[in-house]
Design a protein around this ligand. Structure first.
Ligand SMILES: Cc1cc2nc3c(=O)[nH]c(=O)nc-3n(C[C@H](O)[C@H](O)[C@H](O)COP(=O)(O)OP(=O)(O)OC[C@H]3O[C@@H](n4cnc5c(N)ncnc54)[C@H](O)[C@@H]3O)c2cc1C
Length: 377
């Protein structure tokens, strides 16, 4: 991912020859080569939601990375996800950098064939020696790169070789009691109607009202966070993530966030009730204890995170995605680099390694001590 093309080509050929063939085959195919026991396969892939594709479609690489990482356990930042920003922003500022929120980039500035900065939505130009895009490849090459940019056609063609990951809905729940009193677990729940994950997904997408929700993920942030009780005494939170295709909500895509009208709200409410029913099925004692809930849809993911079809993890983690040698930090456009989940894999760790790769690609050998510190500690 970080070597110049001249070196990367031969290395890739060597890796292709020496890497085990199963590595980038569909997960189900690999597991069916080991066992006919469908229930066992369902258990082994019971966290497929972590990569956004049921086992027949996902690459074994991403399945294996995720399954393996659970051997070391899961982690939750004390103080919640915002601690990540609070921790990294001073480091960026110490080095002369700055961080802006609600600051939309409209276009990457290209001069004499080179990326020289960005144009913000308010019209201000921010000039820079390099531009590193974390906005995902669809945004970067389809929306932010001007029509006249060099290699735009190359990247337009490349975008046809990858797909967007599935869209998700998320129910945010507030309760007026502590996680301890409510006996909320620290572990995540993955709930499926049966073992044939692929069929359940396709049935549900075709007729959502007639079929059970194919995957329901329930997580208990306040139970995981030892500082939560100090910050919000007498309160607890629950989060439920489930599939919910973009086209269910597409009719409201052009409406303003928070003002999409009664029909949209009714659609959200109906799905929220189905998700709450899943919660009460496993935790009947929570029925009547929920104080507040709010459902986000793929339109919310578009609005807040700029994934225009509500993608949960940027690109799909299919075998063909991992064949794409253009998904790397250095682009063909001088001065323009990519980072984040699309150059590596989804997940906080995948995005972080994407950041490391971009650092090494930009700074060459000077980036290696950082890599050493990350991996050796
Ligand atoms: C509901 C949900 C639950 C998840 N749970 C977990 C989990 O438990 N553990 C885990 O490891 N991973 C989890 N993930 C995945 C993880 O959040 C992502 O893989 C990771 O955040 C990707 O990081 P990134 O930096 O590549 O991209 P992002 O975090 O998506 O950052 C991209 C940023 O670019 C900004 N942007 C885009 N376009 C523009 C523009 N034109 N101008 C300005 N800014 C722009 C976006 O607003 C966004 O802030 C979850 C994801 C979702 C959606």
């Amino acid at each position: 991912k970080v070597l110049p093309d001249l070196a990367a080509g031969p290395l890739r050929k060597l890796v292709d020859r020496t890497a085990p063939a199963f590595l980038n085959k569909p997960t189900r195919e690999v597991l069916e080569g080991l066992t006919n026991n469908q229930e066992l396969i369902a258990v082994l892939t019971g966290q497929w939601g972590d990569n956004g594709l049921p086992p027949a479609e996902s690459s074994f690489i991403i399945h294996a990375l995720i399954a393996r990482h659970y051997l070391y356990g899961g982690y939750y930042p004390i103080g919640g996800a915002s601690e990540m920003a609070k921790t990294i922003i001073p480091v960026i500022q110490q080095s002369g950098g700055e961080v802006f929120t609600y600051a939309d980039v409209k276009e990457i500035l290209i001069e004499k064939g080179k990326a020289v900065g960005v144009r913000m939505a308010d019209g201000e130009d921010v000039r820079a020696p390099l531009v590193i895009s974390n906005a995902g490849v669809f945004n970067t090459f389809d929306k932010l790169l001007p029509e006249t940019a060099p290699h735009r056609d190359y990247y337009q063609e490349k975008l046809t070789t990858v797909e967007r990951s599935m869209a998700s809905n998320c129910l945010y729940i507030g309760l007026e009691d502590t996680a301890e009193n409510l006996k909320l677990p620290k572990t995540n729940y993955w709930i499926y109607p049966g073992t044939n994950y692929e069929k359940q997904v396709s049935d549900f997408v075709a007729a959502p009202d007639e079929h059970d929700i194919p995957l329901t993920y329930i997580s208990f942030p306040s139970a995981k966070d030892p500082s939560f009780a100090e910050r919000y005494p007498g309160r607890a939170t629950i989060e439920i993530v489930a599939p919910g295709p973009y086209d269910w909500y597409e009719d409201w895509a052009d409406e303003t966030w928070g003002k999409r009208g009664d029909e949209y709200e009714a659609k959200k409410e109906a799905y929220a009730q189905r998700l709450l029913a899943k919660l009460y099925e496993k935790f009947p004692h929570l029925d009547g204890k929920v104080d507040y809930y709010e459902l986000s849809t793929p339109l919310s993911t578009d609005y807040f995170c700029r994934y225009s079809k509500g993608e949960i993890y940027g690109l799909n983690h299919s075998p063909s995605r991992f064949e794409q040698d253009w998904l790397k930090p250095k682009t063909r456009i001088p001065g323009l680099y990519l980072t984040g989940q699309d150059v590596m894999t989804c997940g906080v760790a995948g995005a972080m390694i994407g950041g490391l790769l971009a650092t090494v690609a930009v700074s060459g050998l000077k980036g290696l001590p950082l890599a050493k510190r990350m991996f050796v500690g």
